[in-house]
Design a protein around this ligand. Structure first.
Ligand code: NAG
Ligand code: NAG
Ligand code: ZN
Length: 309
């Protein structure tokens, strides 16, 4: 019983702060100037979403930001989930004992983060070199050692994975996996306030095929109250969704669209793991001189590749 009560409180906090209201939306994508929360109104220093300008991205050979090796995903396969149309998006939340929820760590993440919910934006909120995708999925994780209200006050309290989706009419078997996983659930969530529980989802099918190729920066929530507490991890390799599924999302009752306008670049610095880093054996990384030598070597290679392409 105790565990259940704690869980309900956590759900309420998530509902409050990520604006999943039981009573319908109190803010709208049509009028961002009326969004509640100081950061949304005045604008902070690290607001999201942004356009990622790839020639300003730092390949993190020196491990300034991406300090913790490769990303490690645990338990994304059989996730007990509930679905909800909260008036802004369709959202799947993790259910049941929190110890069973999927976790992520590594890459830019110093701590372990637990998945609370995922939701969809159509069109995408982030863009790469000015190009938006038809859809962006956000996997919202909370630092495991914090409760929600603490997490919403720490610069790295949340980790949000962003996966872009491309739309294609004809998908091969692998490309169809994501659509097949969620297609049956969407018709239950067409109107605001609709919900269901007890679905088992294989969320691995909604993750990018290349899990160690991403952009990362410190930013904010993209909905009220726009807290600057998010480690963003944005995969550059999109997944695919079917044209049918995308058309279905278009009919979901959430207003005209559900993406926040892009924010001015201020204190944002976007990093990317250098490909070399991912394949460099651990033993090399701990020996500093060897590591320096190896990074220099790969920097040289990168330079050569750049100058020949
Ligand atoms: C979160 O943790 C802080 C510090 O431990 C505590 O004061 C606060 O009451 C907690 N909040 C919730 C909602 O559990
Ligand atoms: C990298 O290139 C610099 C000069 O461009 C050279 O001095 C250095 O030895 C090279 N390092 C490696 C590891 O190849
Ligand atoms: Zn989002």
């Amino acid at each position: 019983m105790f565990v259940e009560k704690v869980y309900i409180i956590v759900v309420m906090y998530i509902d409050l702060f990520l604006c999943i209201s039981f009573y319908g939306p109190i803010w709208s994508y049509d009028d961002e100037s009326a969004w509640p929360g100081g950061f949304c109104k005045k604008g902070g220093k690290r607001q999201s979403p942004i356009n990622i300008q790839t020639n300003n991205v730092i390949k993190d050979f020196d491990r300034q930001f991406i300090k913790h090796g490769s990303l490690k995903f645990i338990g994304y396969e059989n996730v007990l989930s509930s679905g909800l149309n909260n008036g802004h998006t369709i959202q799947f939340s993790t259910e049941g004992y929190t110890d069973m929820h999927p976790t992520i760590t590594g890459g830019p993440l110093k701590y372990t983060y637990r998945l609370e919910q995922l939701h969809f934006h159509w069109l995408s909120e982030h863009s790469i070199d000015g190009v938006k995708f038809p859809m962006e999925i956000h996997f919202v994780h909370v630092r495991k050692d914090l409760n929600i209200s603490e997490a919403l006050n720490k610069r790295d309290g949340l980790a949000i994975l962003a996966v872009f989706c491309n739309v294609q009419p004809d998908l091969n078997e692998n490309q169809r996996e994501a659509s097949d996983e969620i297609m049956q659930h969407i018709p239950l969530l067409m109107r605001t306030g609709r919900r269901f529980s007890g679905a088992i989802l294989n969320l691995r099918k909604l993750l990018s095929p290349k899990k160690n190729s991403y952009f990362s920066y410190l930013g904010s929530l993209t909905s009220p109250e726009c807290n600057e507490v998010v480690v963003w991890i944005i995969f550059d390799n999109p997944i695919y969704i079917s044209d049918d599924l995308y058309r279905l999302f278009g009919k979901v009752g959430i207003g005209r669209h559900n993406f926040r306008s892009q924010q001015k670049i201020k204190h944002h610095q976007v990093y990317q793991p250098p490909d070399a880093f991912i394949t460099t054996p651990k033993a090399v990384i701990v020996v500093k001189d060897v590591y320096k030598h190896v990074t220099q070597f790969f920097q040289n290679i990168t330079r050569q590749v750049r100058s020949t392409s």
